[in-house]
Design a protein around this ligand. Structure first.
Ligand SMILES: [Zn+2]
Length: 115
């Protein structure tokens, strides 16, 4: 059985999936460096001296609620890269919405000329 040549839509799907495949790791939210007391003033000399602990906080929205997670320092650069990829993926998704409408209009116009 002969293999059908790829349709334009399959090409565009492949182009999207290829772009998305390179956007890993991916995440959505924001990463901030903050300085806080660790919450163990009795055991922590730094906190007793009024010093604060620098830490990374990841803030994200889940089911409409804002949530926060502490991020281990060694994970912060990876998460930052994931957030950059997330922004690129969102930009691509926005473009895909417009491209979908453009494809529809182009297909409709070419069907008209075929008739
Ligand atoms: Zn402390």
């Amino acid at each position: 059985m002969d293999k059908q040549p790829p349709t334009q839509e399959q090409d565009e799907r492949e182009s999207f999936l290829t772009a998305a495949r390179d956007l890993w790791p991916v995440a959505k939210g924001s990463l901030a460096r903050v300085a806080r007391p660790c919450g163990r003033p009795k055991e922590c000399p730094a906190c007793r001296n009024g010093q604060r602990h620098p830490m990374w906080i990841f803030t994200f929205r889940q089911g409409g609620r804002l949530r926060c997670r502490y991020v281990p320092a060694e994970l912060a650069p990876i998460l930052r890269r994931a957030l950059g990829n997330g922004r690129r993926l969102e930009k691509r998704l926005t473009e895909e919405g417009e491209a979908l409408i453009e494809r529809y209009r182009r297909d409709r116009a070419s069907r008209r000329t075929d008739e």
